[in-house]
Design a protein around this ligand. Structure first.
Ligand SMILES: Cc1cc2nc3c(=O)[nH]c(=O)nc-3n(C[C@H](O)[C@H](O)[C@H](O)COP(=O)(O)OP(=O)(O)OC[C@H]3O[C@@H](n4cnc5c(N)ncnc54)[C@H](O)[C@@H]3O)c2cc1C
Length: 470
C-alpha cells in the first residue's frame, strides 16, 4: 500500500459535478441513475474495482460463480424487483421441494416445508415459540417503519437485547434455539448483539406500504424473503446499472476525506478529487466512519458511526456433480445448533445441472476461524455439510468461501446492527443530512432495511432529497 501521505494527497484528476456519490453499491448506483434522470451531473467514486458492494459473484475457480453476498428476493421487495426488471435480469424460484433438515442436540431429523402451518421444525419448543411469536407480532405492529425510535415503548424495547427478551418470554431450550437461529440467519449476529427494538423494526420493515412487515415474510422461503434467486447471479443488476452509467463511475477510488464549506463539498479519493454542490455517502454507517470529515460531523452522526457495527458472516460453498440431496427428497435447507455452519441453502443453477450447497458461517463461528488455515476452514465447512446431508456432501468437486468480515470496504455483513440504546439515542442521525452531505445505504431504508430492496429504496429517497436541495 502507498504511504498514508500519498494516499491522502489530493493528486491526479480533478473533477466537478452537481453531486458526488461515494459508493457504487445498489444504493449509490440507484441514486446516480435517478439524479442523472433529473438532469444533474454526477460522479460516483467506488473503492473497489467492481460495482455492487455486498452483491458479489464469488468465483468458484472453474470460470463460474455463485452468490457470494446477497442472494434472494421475495414478495413486497418492489423496488429491487423493478430495478431487476429494468436491467433485464430474470429470477427463478429457490429450490424448495421436499424436506428440510433440523440438527439439534446431536440428532438429525427432517421436517416438511408444506405442512399446514408451513415449515415447522420438529421440536417441542415450537409450541412455546408460537406464543413468543404472537407476542412479537403484536409488538411489531406498534413499531413505526423507518422511525422505530418513535414507538410508544421504544425506550423499554431498546433497553434490552433480543436475547434477554427471548429468555424472559420462553421456557424451552427449543424455542430459544429457534429464536437465536432466526437472528443468526437474518442478521449473522447473536441475539445478545442486537436490541429488541432493532429486531422488531427489522421485521416491521419486511413489507411495503400495503402489506405490514412480519417475521414470517422475513424467514420464509415460500412467500418470503428467500423465495427467488437471480439468473446469472444478483450481481448482474449492479453490473448492468453501472455499465449504463458509463464514465460517471470511477473504480479503485477509495474516498479518504470529505471537506465541506461555503463552496459545497470537496471529496478526495486516491487519484481523484471531486468538487460538487452535494455529496451522497452510500454505504453502512460503520464503513462511512472510515472517511475523514472536515469540519467534523455533528456528534450524533459521528457517534452513530461508532455504534452501528456490521454482523460477521461468511458463505461457504460446496460444488458437486449433481444436487444429490434432491434425490433424497431434501430441499438443501437446514438449521443446526452446532458446527461451523448453522443455516444452509441449495445454490444450484436453475437447471440443476450440478449441485451447489451453501452454508452460512455466522457470528462467533466465523471469528473462531480467524487464524485457521484454509484446509481447516474447508474441513470445518465439510464436516457441517456431512452431518446435515450425509457422506456424499463431504466430497465436493470444489469449495469456495467469501468472508465478509475481512473485506475492508464492507467490514462484515449482511447489515449494520444496533445494540441497545443506539436506535433511540442516535437513530434519527441515520438519514439526517449534515449540511451538503446526504446519507444512503440499506441501513437508512424504511422498508426492507438490510436487503437489496432497502438499498434501492434508499438510493431513490436520497436522489429526491438531493434534487430538492439543489
Ligand atoms: C452474505 C450476505 C448475504 C446477503 N443476503 C441477502 C439476500 O439474500 N437478499 C438481500 O436482499 N440482501 C442480502 N444481503 C444484503 C445486501 O447485500 C445489502 O443490503 C445491499 O447490497 C447493500 O447495498 P448498499 O448499496 O446499501 O451498500 P454496499 O453494497 O455495502 O455498497 C457500499 C459501496 O461503497 C463502497 N465503499 C465503501 N467505502 C468507500 C469509500 N471510502 N470510498 C469509495 N467507496 C466506498 C463499497 O466498496 C461498496 O461498493 C446480504 C449481504 C451479505 C453480505
Amino acid at each position: 500500500a502507498p504511504p498514508a501521505a500519498a494516499r491522502t494527497a489530493p493528486s491526479g484528476t480533478a473533477l466537478s459535478a452537481d453531486v458526488v456519490i461515494v459508493g457504487a453499491g445498489l444504493a449509490g448506483l440507484t441514486a446516480a441513475r435517478d439524479l442523472i434522470a433529473a438532469g444533474r451531473s454526477v460522479v460516483v467514486l467506488e473503492a473497489r474495482d467492481r460495482p455492487g458492494g455486498r452483491v458479489y459473484g464469488l468465483p468458484l475457480g472453474d470460470g463460474t460463480t455463485a452468490e457470494g453476498g446477497a442472494e434472494f428476493i421475495g414478495p413486497t421487495q418492489d423496488r429491487i424487483a423493478a430495478l431487476t426488471n429494468e436491467m433485464g435480469v430474470a429470477t427463478f424460484p429457490t429450490y424448495n421441494e421436499g424436506d428440510n433438515v433440523y440438527y439439534r442436540n446431536g440428532r438429525r431429523s427432517l421436517y416438511a416445508t408444506d405442512g399446514l402451518l408451513g415449515a415447522v421444525p420438529p421440536d417441542w419448543g415450537v409450541l412455546d415459540l408460537e406464543l413468543a411469536l404472537l407476542r412479537l407480532g403484536r409488538m411489531i405492529e406498534d413499531v413505526p417503519v423507518g422511525e422505530p425510535w418513535k414507538a410508544a415503548k421504544a425506550d423499554e424495547w431498546d433497553s434490552q437485547t433480543f436475547h434477554s427478551w427471548s429468555r424472559s418470554n420462553s421456557l424451552s431450550s427449543g424455542a430459544r434455539f429457534l429464536m437465536d437461529v432466526f437472528v443468526s440467519s437474518a442478521l449473522s449476529a447473536r441475539s445478545r448483539d442486537v436490541s429488541l427494538l432493532y429486531v422488531l423494526h427489522y421485521a416491521a420493515a419486511a413489507g411495503n406500504a400495503d402489506n405490514p412487515g412480519s417475521i414470517d415474510r422475513l424467514i420464509n422461503t415460500r412467500d418470503g424473503a428467500q423465495e427467488l434467486r437471480f439468473a446469472g447471479g444478483p450481481e448482474q443488476v449492479p453490473i448492468r446499472l453501472a455499465a449504463r452509467l458509463g464514465d460517471a463511475v470511477r473504480y479503485n477510488a477509495p474516498v479518504r476525506s470529505i471537506a465541506t464549506g461555503g463552496h459545497g463539498v470537496t471529496v478526495t479519493a486516491d487519484g481523484v478529487t471531486v468538487s460538487a454542490k452535494r455529496a451522497v455517502v452510500a454505504m453502512s454507517p460503520a464503513i462511512a466512519g472510515k472517511i475523514d470529515f472536515s469540519p467534523g460531523l455533528p456528534a450524533s452522526r459521528a457517534q452513530l458511526m461508532q455504534r452501528y457495527p456490521m454482523g460477521s458472516v461468511a458463505k461457504f460453498v460446496g460444488v458437486y456433480d449433481t444436487p444429490f440431496w434432491r434425490e433424497e427428497n431434501l430441499t438443501g435447507q437446514a438449521l443446526a445448533d452446532s458446527g461451523a455452519i448453522d443455516v444452509t441453502f441449495d445454490n444450484s443453477p436453475p437447471d440443476g445441472s450440478r449441485g451447489i450447497l451453501m452454508g452460512f458461517i455466522n457470528h462467533d463461528n466465523v471469528r473462531r476461524l480467524d487464524s485457521a488455515s484454509e484446509e481447516a476452514v474447508r474441513a470445518a465447512g465439510l464436516e457441517s455439510f456431512g452431518k446435515l446431508f450425509g457422506d456424499r456432501a463431504k466430497s465436493p468437486v470444489r469449495t469456495a468461501m467469501m468472508r465478509w468480515d475481512n473485506e475492508t470496504w464492507s467490514g462484515g455483513g449482511p447489515v449494520g446492527l444496533a445494540p441497545p440504546g443506539v436506535l433511540t439515542g442516535f437513530g434519527p442521525a441515520l438519514r439526517e443530512p449534515c449540511g451538503p452531505v446526504h446519507w444512503a445505504g440499506t441501513e437508512t431504508s424504511d422498508y426492507w432495511t438490510g436487503y437489496m430492496d432497502g438499498a434501492v429504496r434508499s438510493g431513490e429517497r436520497v436522489a429526491r432529497e438531493v434534487d430538492e436541495a439543489l
